[in-house]
Ligand binder design. Structure first.
Ligand SMILES: Cc1cc2nc3c(=O)[nH]c(=O)nc-3n(C[C@H](O)[C@H](O)[C@H](O)COP(=O)(O)O)c2cc1C
Length: 202
């Protein structure tokens, strides 16, 4: 079967994140965001694709700051309230019943109840006719200790990252689970030596 554009999204699971920003007038904004990707390793730069008509984009353009919040499945019921096109003068934390988690390095607050928070500063905007690519630098990434295994990696059974696939007429919220198949990065190299190995001991 060949899939036409509006049926294609469902073949790829996407993360559901929330981007929180604040306007120059101090109005707090939240929007769910799925078209998001790290720019290579390590996770220093991140790219978010935006439509032009977004309060989020305007706030990022005006203030140069945003937080990418990573929710677990327990926040699935906050996706629609934060996706609604409410007026820019309305506080979306209050509207959606979410509490803020103060950021350390930027003014834009994060969202309490998420399991990780990326405080980002705008690096550049790639403006195209139908979209804008927002590139930010992750200046601070905090993760909740409760979702880490004793060796400091993400415990999927505890974090239960909120994801989605799309169906014909909507979004199918889901999460990811282990398949008990681990490969070290070194396995990608001919000689079995990962040139970045020393970087992981910090
Ligand atoms: C699950 C989900 C993911 C979304 N991902 C994006 C996205 O990646 N880029 C985008 O421009 N809009 C995305 N949207 C739409 C915005 O969240 C929505 O238009 C929102 O009202 C924008 O709010 P704002 O105007 O306060 O920025 C998404 C919506 C949902 C429900």
């Amino acid at each position: 079967m060949i899939l036409k554009p509006f049926l294609r999204e469902g073949v790829m699971s996407l993360p559901i994140t929330f981007i929180s920003t604040v306007s120059v007038d101090g109005i707090r904004n939240i929007a769910p965001w799925s078209c998001i990707m790290p720019i290579l390793r390590p996770l220093d730069l991140i790219c978010a694709a935006s439509a032009h008509k977004r309060d989020t984009l305007r706030n990022i353009r005006d203030t140069g700051e945003f937080v990418i919040n990573l929710p677990g499945i327990q926040l699935a019921n906050k996706v629609i309230p934060t996706a609604k096109p409410i007026p820019p003068e309305a506080d979306e934390f209050a509207f959606s019943g979410l509490d803020e988690k103060k950021s350390e390095l930027i003014k834009a607050p994060g969202i309490a109840g998420c399991y990780a928070w990326m405080e980002c500063k705008l690096v550049t905007l790639y403006e195209e006719t139908h979209y804008v690519l927002i590139v930010g630098q992750v200046v601070r990434l905090e993760i909740c200790d409760d979702v880490l295994t004793p060796d400091g990696t993400l415990d999927l059974s505890k974090a239960q990252p909120l994801m989605m696939t799309s169906l014909r007429k909507g979004m199918n919220f889901c999460t990811v689970h282990e398949i008990n198949h681990f490969e070290p990065f070194s396995a990608m190299f001919e000689d079995g030596n990962d040139p970045l190995a020393k970087k992981y001991d910090c």
